[in-house]
Design a protein around this ligand. Structure first.
Ligand code: 13P
Ligand code: SF4
Length: 324
């Protein structure tokens, strides 16, 4: 059943301030097909805050940060989940929905943090620090999660670390997230040297320049940014926390030191706020397009599978996090 022109116009209203009219016709055919395929296949699309506006605002059913996507994945009743995000997010959705079909539209949608550590690295760390619990960022493979005691996201990392009631934890793989959390807690944190290729590129000099060029600007930084960047920002939090900050504090001018689509998606909800836009693109998030979401649903690709013995242990680490 094709979308009506009234429906297409309503969808365009959601994104008109970030998608020029000349570009919109290039999206409508895929949007039409995806909405139809979702109905026919009883599918839902989970989209991360870094997905482009035509995905985030026009075809996604559930949107949010990594924590929200994991929580909401638990309650999905559809037969098929398409993860518009990166591979570790699709694996997390599969861990929480072992009976459902979980699709990732492009297998190359990886993550520099997930690539920075292996299951063998964790086994070696455990030998080096016997008895110290391992807190693993969700931006990791299922194999790495399976070697971990508990997972965390940028939205709950401090609460997870403190929930263990121990003086020392290993927190991996993001060195900067670990350092940013260490600055907020008495728990001693042993870090790993992984970095997000998007957030590691922001510098304190960027922030100083922004404040000079845009007087009064409020600077929000993701905790995957280096600690010296977070120290110069006005607020640091997960993508959902940054979005909530904008919604509740309503700064007149704001800059989000994070992935580019985030500003587009948040700006659409707050036309009265001026968004300053230096940002960095995540090449992995940008692998996902309307065209490959459509193909994923048409051809049932790429199906996410996790070996049962890995899935069982990885699921425990994710479930322990969600129980906090
Ligand atoms: P959050 O949405 O959990 O803040 O994560 C950011 C990120 O970089 C995900 O890849
Ligand atoms: Fe990974 Fe960074 Fe891209 Fe998120 S933004 S998927 S942490 S590389």
């Amino acid at each position: 059943m094709p979308i009506t022109s009234a429906h297409a116009a309503a969808l365009y209203d959601r994104v008109r301030s970030v998608i020029p009219p000349i570009e919109w016709p290039a999206f409508t055919d895929d949007i039409d097909a995806i909405l139809d395929l979702k109905r026919r296949r009883n599918a839902v699309i989970l989209a991360h805050n870094y997905q482009t506006p035509e995905i985030f605002h026009c075809v996604a059913d559930i949107v949010g940060d990594s924590l929200a996507l994991a929580r909401k994945a638990m309650a999905v009743e559809a037969d098929v989940i398409v993860l518009a995000g990166v591979h570790f997010m699709a694996e997390t959705a599969k861990l929480l929905n072992p009976q459902k079909t979980v699709l990732i539209p492009d297998l190359r949608a990886g993550c520099s943090l997930a690539d920075s550590i292996t299951a063998e690295d964790i086994r070696l760390l455990r030998q080096r620090y016997p008895g110290v619990p391992v807190v693993t960022y969700v931006n990791t493979s299922a194999e790495v999660k399976a070697e971990s005691d508990i997972c965390c996201t940028s939205g709950n990392a401090k609460a997870v670390v403190e929930s263990l009631g121990v003086p020392q934890v290993i927190m991996l793989p993001d060195e900067y997230l670990a350092e940013n959390i260490a600055a907020q807690t008495d728990v001693q944190i042993i870090a790993w040297k992984g970095h997000c290729e998007v957030h590691e590129r922001f510098t304190p000099a960027d922030i100083r320049q922004l404040r000079e060029d845009h007087p009064g600007v409020t600077v929000l930084a993701h905790p995957e940014c280096p600690p010296e960047v977070v120290a110069e920002a006005d607020f640091s939090g997960s993508t959902a926390a940054m979005s909530d900050y904008v919604g509740s504090k309503k700064p007149s001018r704001v800059v989000l030191m994070t992935e580019c689509s985030m500003s587009d998606n948040v700006a659409l909800a707050h036309p009265e706020i001026e968004f300053i836009r230096p940002c960095n693109l995540c090449p992995h998030m940008k692998r996902i397009t309307l065209a490959n979401i459509r193909i994923a649903l048409e051809e049932n690709q790429h199906v996410v599978t996790i070996a049962p013995e890995i899935a069982q242990r990885a699921r425990l680490a994710v479930e322990r996090m969600l129980a906090i």
